[in-house]
Write a protein that binds this ligand. Structure first.
Ligand code: ATP
Ligand code: MG
Length: 326
C-alpha cells in the first residue's frame, strides 16, 4: 500500500509556568492510502497533540521540535501558513469530540457547510452550492436535509450535530479524515451509528481515516490497524487482529483486558480488570527507563536501564518493550 502520510520523529513540547513538557517524543508512523488506523491510548498519552500536529493546529504554547510529516511529497510541518491552510479542510479534515464547540451557534448548519465549500471554491455558483450541501447532508445520514439545513446547531441532537460535523469534514472530498474521539460524547446506540457512517464514508470515498480514541473496542469496528500510544510515544503498532489476538506490549494487553466483552470471552484470563491501575505519569519525559514501568505486571529491574526502542518483533508489528509477550 502506498503511503499517504509519513510522520518521522515528530516531537512536540508544551511550555507552561513550570517549564517545558514533551508531549510527543520522536513519534514515527505512516498511513497507507485508503487505510483506517486507530490511534489509541489513555488520557494524556498525546493522541490529540498528534492529530492537531498534522494540521498544525496546536495551541500557541506548543513548540515543534525535530521531525517531519510528509504528505504528497511535502512536509506539513515546514510549509508556509498559506500552503497549510489550503490543505486544512480540503485534503485533510478533522472532526472533534464536541460538535457544539466546533459549530458556530449564530449560523444555520446549512450555511456552515456551504462556507466550508466556499473557503476552497470562492467562485462557486449558488445552485451548485445548494446541491452540494443537500447531498453531503444526506450522505451523512441527515434525513430531511431540505429543512434541516435551515436549523441552528442548538436545535439538533448531539448525534445529529456530530453528523453535521462529519458532513463539514467530508464536503470537500478530503483524502484524510482525522476523527478525534468523535463518539465519546454520544450514547452507545448513536456511537455505533457514527462509526457506521465513517465506515461507509471510508468505502464510498476511499477515505483514509485516523480515528483517535481511548476505546479499543469502538475502534475495532472501523480500523484496519492500530497505533497504541503511551506517555508521548508509540508503544505498539499492528493489524487489528494481531493486536487483539497477540498484543506484545503489556500496556496493550492491559487495555484489552479492560474491554468487558473481551473479558467474557477470555475465560483463560481470570484476572478481571475494569481499568488499568494508576495513571500516565506526568512529566514522563523526565524519567529514565520504560514509561509504563510503575504500572507494568511484567517489569524487571532492566526495564529501568533505558527507554526501549520500537522493535519489530514480527513484520508490521513493532512494540516498545524488552519483555514482549511473544
Ligand atoms: N495546551 C496545552 N498546554 C500544556 N500542556 C498540554 C496542552 N495540551 C495538552 N497538554 C499535555 O500534553 C499531554 C498530551 O495531551 P493530549 O491532549 O495530546 O492527550 P490525549 O491523549 O489526547 O488525552 P485525552 O484522551 O484526554 O484527550 C498531556 O500531558 C497534556 O497535559
Ligand atoms: Mg485528546
Amino acid at each position: 500500500m502506498a503511503n499517504l502520510l509519513e510522520a518521522r520523529d515528530v516531537t512536540v513540547s508544551y511550555l507552561s509556568s513550570d517549564g517545558s513538557h514533551t508531549a510527543l517524543d520522536r513519534v514515527s508512523f505512516s498511513l497507507g492510502k485508503g487505510e483506517s488506523v486507530g490511534l489509541v491510548g489513555e488520557s494524556g498519552s498525546g493522541k490529540t497533540t498528534l492529530g492537531l500536529s498534522i494540521l498544525r493546529l496546536l495551541p500557541q504554547n506548543a513548540v515543534y521540535g525535530a521531525g517531519s510529516i510528509l504528505y504528497d511529497g511535502k512536509d506539513l510541518l515546514s510549509m508556509d501558513e498559506k500552503s497549510i491552510s489550503r490543505v486544512r479542510g480540503k485534503d485533510i479534515s478533522i472532526v472533534f469530540q464536541d460538535p457544539l464547540a466546533s459549530l458556530d451557534p449564530l449560523f444555520t448548519v446549512g450555511y456552515q457547510i456551504a462556507e466550508t465549500v466556499r473557503a476552497h471554491r470562492p467562485g462557486i455558483g449558488k445552485a451548485e452550492l445548494g446541491t452540494i450541501v443537500i447531498s453531503i447532508m444526506e450522505a451523512a445520514g441527515l434525513a430531511g436535509a431540505e429543512s434541516l439545513q435551515h436549523r441552528y446547531p442548538h436545535e439538533l441532537s448531539g448525534g445529529m450535530r456530530q453528523r453535521v460535523m462529519i458532513a463539514i469534514a467530508l464536503v470537500n472530498n478530503p483524502v484524510l479524515l482525522i476523527a478525534d474521539e468523535p463518539t465519546t460524547a454520544l450514547d452507545v446506540t448513536i456511537q455505533a451509528q457514527i462509526i457506521d457512517l465513517l465506515k461507509r464514508a471510508k468505502q464510498q470515498y476511499s477515505l483514509t481515516i485516523l480515528l483517535i480514541t481511548h476505546d479499543l473496542g469502538v475502534a475495532y469496528e472501523l480500523v484496519d490497524r492500530f497505533i497504541i500510544m503511551y506517555g508521548g510515544v508509540i508503544v505498539e503498532q499492528g493489524h487489528r487482529e494481531e493486536i487483539f489476538a497477540k498484543p506484545y506490549h503489556p500496556y496493550t494487553k492491559a487495555l484489552l483486558m479492560a474491554i468487558p466483552e473481551l473479558m467474557d470471552i477470555a475465560v483463560h484470563n481470570p484476572h478481571r480488570l475494569s481499568a488499568i491501575p494508576g495513571a500516565v505519569r506526568p512529566h514522563y519525559d523526565k524519567y529514565r527507563g520504560c514509561r509504563f514501568y510503575d504500572r507494568c505486571s511484567y517489569r524487571t529491574p532492566e526495564c529501568l536501564d533505558k527507554d526501549p526502542d520500537l522493535t519489530e518483533y514480527s513484520p508490521g508489528h513493532p512494540a516498545r518493550c524488552i519483555h514482549p509477550l511473544l
